[in-house]
Design a protein around this ligand. Structure first.
Ligand code: AGP
Length: 610
């Protein structure tokens, strides 16, 4: 996924584009570029590396750039390694047409072959470059017509920004499956992959729809469909503010976000639980009759959000007693799923822009189901395409490795389970109060875990040399093992595998030796004795164990010296606590290795391509 930004108006384009790119860097940061246009030419500047590198390039440029039209791009490589030549923007052979793109052109190889046969010279390995050449090939004096003709040849997903010498006072855009926002200003207009990047300039936006284009001048925005027919766009007013995040006293956003979790969870309970102890989901745009008659739930998500979904399965099946399936979005969308009537689809997404999850929702909606999204980003594509949304209000999560958004997703899932269970008469009012009282204890319990930071840091130092890790958990902490392993992989680049502890003996036990770190989640639970046996199986083969255990558990100390304790809590909610030491452990290991925990290599915060 990449981030695109564009400006046309009466101000200097360069500065506005650079500032916008910094807000889009979460979408990808392996290379970046800018193209600015005056009446005579388009100037393109691009580089491998982050926006800061591009900024340096611009600062040291001899010829100052003073123009009022431009495009910017920050990249997460799909076709072609991160490099200057593969960085966007990309030109046609003449240099008169310049493109920035977010998405994947699936038929780019065929198009490239045909264009080459017609004399086009390609400078990059990207799929994007074919777009500039294609428009150039069709251009006979009518740029919009050439643009539409080129778009009709493309297969795949794209949000495009185009400038051309042939139309020096316009930016052209197009959208198919990748979000593209037009910021409507006064004497100026902007384009962007998302709302936050332009919110500082305008609150009036147009969210382009699939298979639409727009021709944008500083005072006009003309929208058309792919047949060239004019479309009257809906202008929306963005009422909310995007909280600007700062690291405060923390070295990394990720660490700050780990420490923000208690207050965020406390805020969610306050927001969604009334003083009389009822769950306040009355804003949901799905009527209660549907919920009452609900017969099954399918949860769809990716990555960390998928792990949250797995924990949601344990919670909902335990508290509501209806079947829950959990699917990777990327699998769900292609496996022709069987979706029964009275199914609730729950999608979970921090960004609300994940391409696979968006596509999965579109697939699901072919079956007349209701879609509830649990999301952290207001106004995101997923919230627009779902029937209703419960926001996680975790604030801007800058760290690419999700932490606070994850536990906020868990908290919302627990509240959904309690809401449905109480509505369907499976949870009595009295038990509801008990569960809510327990949830209210979580923030303090998380704070207590975080006071153990130094002990966890010491364990990270002690286990730093291991070349691989196995994370073991059972029952509702099996997903915690998956999430803990993902955190370590994402930011320390050490191979780590999460596994159901009961499954270890069916194969992965072959991995256990003195060169492997094994993290075992052995909090007090109905399966405590079972996982203690697994710990003993690991120790018997020389594995080095760190145990996440419940305070006051002296039995575990007979087997393991390296222990991180969590406060006692009802096991059903333990995943809200057991993940915290694993987040801190991953952070400390990566910090000791000197890596960038906020922008790990190869990753991006929002995967807007499939
Ligand atoms: C989380 O640490 C990862 N960065 C990644 O797995 C993420 O959870 C996944 O891409 C889903 O993103 P979303 O929640 O924005 O849909």
């Amino acid at each position: 996924m990449c981030g695109i930004i564009g400006y046309i108006g009466n101000k200097q384009a360069k500065n506005i584009i650079l500032q916008g790119l910094k807000k889009l860097e979460y979408r990808g940061y392996d290379s970046a570029g800018i193209a600015v246009m005056d009446e005579k030419k388009i100037t393109v500047l691009k580089c491998k590396g982050k926006i800061a590198h591009l900024e340096e390039l611009l600062k040291h440029r001899k010829a100052p750039i003073r123009t009022h039209v431009g495009l910017g791009h920050t990249r997460w490589a799909t076709h072609g390694a991160p490099s200057k030549k593969n960085a966007h923007p990309h030109n046609d052979c003449s240099g008169n047409i310049t493109v920035v793109h977010n998405g994947i052109i699936e038929n780019s190889a065929d198009l490239k072959k045909s264009l080459k046969e017609n004399g086009c010279h390609f400078k990059s390995e990207t799929d994007t470059e074919v777009i500039a050449h294609l428009i150039s090939r069709f251009y006979k004096g009518d740029f919009k017509a050439a643009f539409i003709k080129a778009l009709q040849k493309l297969k795949g997903s794209y949000a495009l920004g185009i400038i051309s010498i042939y139309e020096p006072d316009k930016i052209f855009v197009a959208r198919n499956d990748s979000s593209l926002i037009i910021g409507v200003g006064e004497g100026e207009n902007l384009i962007s992959s998302d709302i936050p990047a332009i919110l500082g300039h305008t609150r009036q936006i147009i969210s382009l729809r699939d298979k639409q284009i727009a021709a944008i001048t500083r005072n006009t925005i003309d929208v058309f469909n792919f047949q060239g027919c004019r479309v009257i766009p809906k202008i929306e007013n963005i009422s909310y503010d995007i909280d600007t995040a700062s690291k405060g006293n923390f070295k990394h956003f990720m660490l700050k976000e780990i420490f923000e979790q208690p207050q965020i969870l406390s805020g969610l309970v306050t927001r969604y639980v009334s003083s009389s102890g009822n769950i306040k989901f009355d804003h949901l745009k799905i009527d209660k009759k549907f919920f009452k008659e609900l017969s099954n739930i399918t949860i769809i998500a990716c990555g960390t959000a998928y792990h949250a979904g797995l924990i949601g399965k344990y919670a909902i099946e335990s508290l509501v007693r209806i079947p829950v399936t959990v699917d990777f979005s990327s699998e769900f969308r292609y496996r022709t799923p069987v979706i029964k009537a009275k199914t609730l689809i729950i999608t979970i997404s921090q960004s609300g822009e994940t391409a696979d999850t968006l596509a999965a929702v579109r697939e699901a909606k072919k079956n007349r189901v209701k879609v509830l999204t649990i999301c952290n980003t207001q106004g995101s594509s997923l919230t627009r395409e779902s029937d209703t949304t419960i926001y996680t209000h975790a604030g801007l999560e800058i760290g690419v490795a999700s932490t606070k958004a994850y536990t906020a997703q868990l908290m919302v899932l627990y509240l959904v389970a309690l809401y449905l269970g109480n509505m369907k008469g499976v949870i009595s009012k009295n038990n509801l109060q008990k569960f809510i009282a327990e949830l209210k204890n979580i923030p303090l319990a998380q704070k207590k875990v975080l006071t153990d930071y130094k002990n966890i840091e010491k364990l990270a130092m002690k286990f730093l040399h291991f070349g691989a890790f196995l994370y073991l958990g059972r029952n509702n902490n099996f997903p915690t093992a998956l999430e803990g392993a993902l955190k370590l992989k994402e930011i320390s680049y050490i191979p780590a595998e999460g596994y159901a502890a009961g499954e270890m003996k069916h194969g992965p036990i072959a991995l256990i030796d003195e060169y492997r770190g094994v993290i075992c989640i052995v909090n007090q639970s109905p399966v405590y004795n079972k996982i203690i046996s697994n710990v003993q199986e690991v120790l018997a083969r020389g594995g080095k164990v760190i145990a996440i255990a419940t305070a006051g558990d002296f039995q575990i100390q007979n087997y393991v010296k390296e222990i991180i304790f969590i406060p006692e809590i009802d096991n059903i909610f333990s995943p809200l606590l057991t993940i915290v030491p694993l987040q801190v452990f991953a952070y400390c290991v990566a910090a000791l290795k000197g890596y960038d925990m906020d922008m790990p290599r190869n990753l991006a915060k929002s995967v807007t391509v499939e």
